[in-house]
Ligand binder design. Structure first.
Ligand code: RIB
Length: 305
């Protein structure tokens, strides 16, 4: 049984700044990093590093020099690139990222080849033998829905990270997901209510369960997470305390960790703890895919608390 990630791959151009730029202001960066990113790629790297099962990554690069270098980065990080396609006449995806001195980030994505999938998505064969399938929203909505349906038909548990959130059509995506993992902002976008406490986040999670998913996990960053299930289970998890310097790809490491844990047969609570540990460790390193922690480091953090 394997894990399949269908998603984006970007060249991340990351600048460190004291504070987020304001309109009309030119400022000096305090650092610069260029590397492999994209929510799909980060999640594929995380699943590959953290899971005991085989991981397939279904993604697209452009027919350009960036595409070659992104592919080489995936190979260097141990990700299977057999399902990577090159979209002729498209540029590879790019993400422009700011990280401020409080380690928060803003990201602007230029989709390129990631947005060139046909509306029927990738081949159904990408989900053969798949136990857990991961999706995000840096690919076209119709192609993503088609891919989620193919994953479901193959018997996989379908996890959707609803990021970046779309202003319309989210219900069609929620209907195809078993588990969704929005952060606070995405939960607010989906529900129309910005949760300001654990109880409010829990209420939002419960309400979102009524729109399709069996389980809704609201990631609250340094405040931990809450979850609610259609069968009535719910709860909250405290965060792992780490020295956070860069939150880029923390959510992706969480999702990759969740897929790895569920593919191993862990119960939801244990899987959430494992995923949280992976997400926390990702914040202790700069960059996106390069910041994803190893299985050993994740197991050590779990054992130390
Ligand atoms: O989740 C972080 C990722 O979002 C970055 O790697 C960037 O490429 C954007 O997709």
């Amino acid at each position: 049984m394997s894990i399949t990630v269908f998603g984006s791959i970007n060249l991340d151009l990351t600048v460190s700044v004291e504070q987020m730029p304001e309109p009309g202001v030119t400022s000096h960066a305090t650092g610069f990093l260029k590397g492999l990113g994209g929510k799909g790629a980060n999640q594929a790297v995380a699943a590959t590093r953290l899971a005991k099962s085989k991981v397939r990554f279904v993604a697209a690069v452009g027919a350009d020099a960036f595409g070659d270098s992104l592919k080489a980065s995936l190979v260097a990080l141990g990700v299977d690139t057999d399902d990577l396609v090159t979209m002729a006449e498209h540029d590879s995806g790019i993400a422009l990222i700011h990280v401020d001195s409080t380690s928060q980030n803003t990201i602007t994505v230029v989709g390129g080849a990631n947005m060139a999938w046909p509306s029927d998505g990738p081949d159904a064969a990408c989900f053969d033998g798949c136990k857990v399938a991961l999706f995000q929203l840096e690919t076209p909505k119709d192609a993503t829905i088609a891919a989620m349906r193919k994953a479901r038909a193959a018997g996989a548990t379908v996890i959707l990270d609803p990021a970046p959130i779309a202003s319309t059509g989210m219900d069609a995506l929620l209907a195809e997901a078993d588990i969704i993992t929005p952060n606070e902002t995405e939960a607010a976008g989906l529900s129309g209510t910005k949760p300001t406490s654990f109880n409010e986040a829990l209420e939002v999670a419960r309400a979102l369960c009524q729109r399709g998913p069996q389980t809704v996990i609201v990631k609250l960053g340094s405040k931990g997470l809450v979850y609610a299930c259609k069968d009535g289970r719910s709860g909250q998890l405290e965060p792992f305390r780490v020295n956070a310097i860069d939150t880029v790809a923390a959510g992706d490491s969480f999702n990759g960790g969740l897929a790895a844990a569920l593919a191993e047969g862990m119960e939801l609570e244990a899987a959430l703890r494992f995923a949280s540990a992976a997400g926390a460790l990702a914040t202790t390193r700069k960059g996106a895919s390069e910041a994803v922690p190893s299985r050993d480091a994740t197991d050590r953090l779990l054992l130390s608390t």
